[in-house]
Design a binder for this molecule. Structure first.
Ligand SMILES: [Zn+2]
Length: 352
């Protein structure tokens, strides 16, 4: 991590504000390839709490428009049916369109190096372009990974305790795959749903500087013992297996499965405690019904892995309302964010 941090620092000094992304962890946003970043955003010396992580496209940082710029007194109007954003303060204004690199400001057309994008309903705009259009300067604190408008912040909040030089290793297991579809309802195969959420989680954990391993990143058939063997071989801190549930049509909610053996402990964290943290975060973020943490001594993946491991059953595919949610990008993203939060909280407890 130290080496990587140094490399990041050097590169960002060379091209101010250009933060290299992790090619493997990106996804398309409004037609552009972007990666999520765990950089802090600060305005006038204060680090902001934002509803979304910044996204980096072509080395440019994009931030949540409204919450970032309202601190400066900038008003943001969003016209979803036209994909148009209008930001204004006093006699200055900028008009931009989602996915387009042209902006109208100061009575002229200007070109942006990255376009505004939409991430799960949040309008994200290039921080430097917008700040400069309103006469503000933008700086980059490479050491603390903070993009700031105006004054450089002196108080740096902690990043969830994962700031030491340890390399955290997490194995992400997308349940089923290949010839094993898992549950199939409403034309949706569980294996595809699991993989989609697992890939999102992978990107989010890489953005936190965690070393990840996926048991599959495509529609491959993977044996149950291969999954735990990977986790054991890389001496993973945690194993997260992503699944979705099936039951009767009325049952809904999230459930987390774990192995009761107390030897599956790492640092200060047992498998049971890991399961509790995962379940809590799923219920909190997805607002899903709490179906509890359940002991499953006979499931191969849990039984044969040496570290705290869980099977996270995100929701019930057999309930039509829950399946409709599971089909949406925003719900899958929230599920991945809940699992990311659970992993961070668990790693912090593990090494405290
Ligand atoms: Zn399953």
């Amino acid at each position: 991590m130290k080496k990587l941090a140094f490399l990041l620092a050097v590169l960002t000094v060379v091209t101010i504000m250009a933060v290299p992304g992790f090619a493997a962890s990106g996804q398309y946003y409004s037609g552009y390839w972007g990666v999520t970043s765990n950089a802090f955003i600060a305005v006038d010396g204060k680090v902001l709490t934002l509803e979304r992580n910044p996204v980096i496209i072509d080395g440019r940082i994009l931030v949540a428009a409204r919450t970032t710029f309202q601190v400066l007194g900038v008003t943001t109007e969003w016209y979803p049916s036209y994909g148009v954003i209008e930001m204004s303060k006093g006699d200055k204004s900028i008009t931009m369109s989602i996915g387009l690199k042209v902006a109208y400001t100061d009575r002229s057309v200007k070109y942006m190096e990255a376009p505004p994008i939409l991430v799960n309903g949040t309008v994200m705009v290039p921080i430097r372009f917008v700040a400069e259009a309103f006469g503000e300067n933008v700086g980059w604190d490479a050491k603390n990974e903070i993009a700031y408008i105006g004054r450089q912040p002196t108080e740096i909040p902690s990043r969830g305790g994962l700031t030491n030089n340890r390399t955290y290793k997490v194995v992400i297991d997308a349940g089923h795959g290949g010839t094993q579809s898992g549950a199939v309802y409403g034309g949706i195969k569980e294996k595809d749903l699991n993989l989609d959420i697992a890939k999102r989680l992978n990107g989010l954990l890489i953005a936190e500087g965690i070393k990840t391993y996926m048991t599959r990143d495509n529609d491959a058939t993977v044996g149950l013992y291969t999954r735990s063997a990977l986790a054991n071989n890389v001496d993973a801190d945690l194993l997260v297996s992503v699944h979705n549930n099936a039951g009767n049509s009325k049952t809904t909610g999230s459930m987390t499965l774990y192995h009761p053996d107390s030897s599956k402990k790492k640092g200060n964290l047992t498998a049971y405690e890991f399961a509790k943290i995962v379940q809590k975060n799923l219920n909190k973020t997805l607002k899903s019904k709490d179906m509890g943490v359940i002991q499953r001594p006979n499931l191969a993946v849990l039984r044969t892995s040496n570290m705290p491991a869980v099977i996270a059953e995100i929701g019930y595919m057999t309930n039509s309302a829950e399946l409709s949610k599971l089909k949406t990008d925003s719900y899958k993203q929230q599920a991945a964010e809940a699992l990311r939060d659970a992993v961070l909280e668990s790693l912090e407890k593990m090494y405290k």
